[in-house]
Ligand binder design. Structure first.
Ligand code: ZN
Length: 153
């Protein structure tokens, strides 16, 4: 069963980091669809949720349906590759997540780099790219089709 969307203010909280755990990282009992004993963590993404977000055009932060523009929050290296691991989200959701995560100690959300410098970009659409056989990075990524805005520039 799919977990219900949650407004940002009602996201479950990582007990170690005291950070809100976005929908795409929701490996927790807080969403009610995980076995008892699962650990609630903002350290990593939930592969199943990431795929669900991509295929259903669901916000990776709150879990509700997406409109346009779409936002991607990630690292400078992800921007350079135009390959983000955190699914697309509402612009407001990405901004709220950035405000909460800025300065938090890594690793966070399965990102490769310590996110000392977050970037937030907006786009109108994206491609969902599954890893090819032999790729070192076995995770799917989201590739924006052009950028509308980038912050910081
Ligand atoms: Zn959202």
């Amino acid at each position: 069963m799919d977990a219900a969307p949650r407004p940002f203010a009602e996201l479950p909280v990582d007990p170690e980091l005291s950070l809100p755990v976005p929908f795409a990282a929701g490996t927790d009992v807080g969403y009610g669809d995980r076995p008892v004993g699962s650990v609630l963590s903002a350290r990593d993404l939930d592969k199943r949720r990431v795929t669900q977000c991509a295929l259903s055009r669901t916000c990776g932060v709150c879990g509700a349906g997406l409109g346009r523009p779409l936002a991607f929050l990630g690292t400078r290296a992800e921007l350079d590759r135009m390959a983000f691991h955190l699914p697309a989200s509402h612009v407001e959701c990405a901004q709220a997540l950035l405000a909460a995560y800025d300065g938090a100690p890594g690793p966070l959300l399965g990102l490769d780099d310590p996110p000392s410098e977050w970037v937030l970009v907006t786009t109108a659409s994206f491609e969902f790219v599954r890893p090819a056989k032999g790729d070192a990075d076995r995770r799917p990524v989201f590739s924006p089709n052009g950028l509308l805005t980038t912050q910081p520039g």
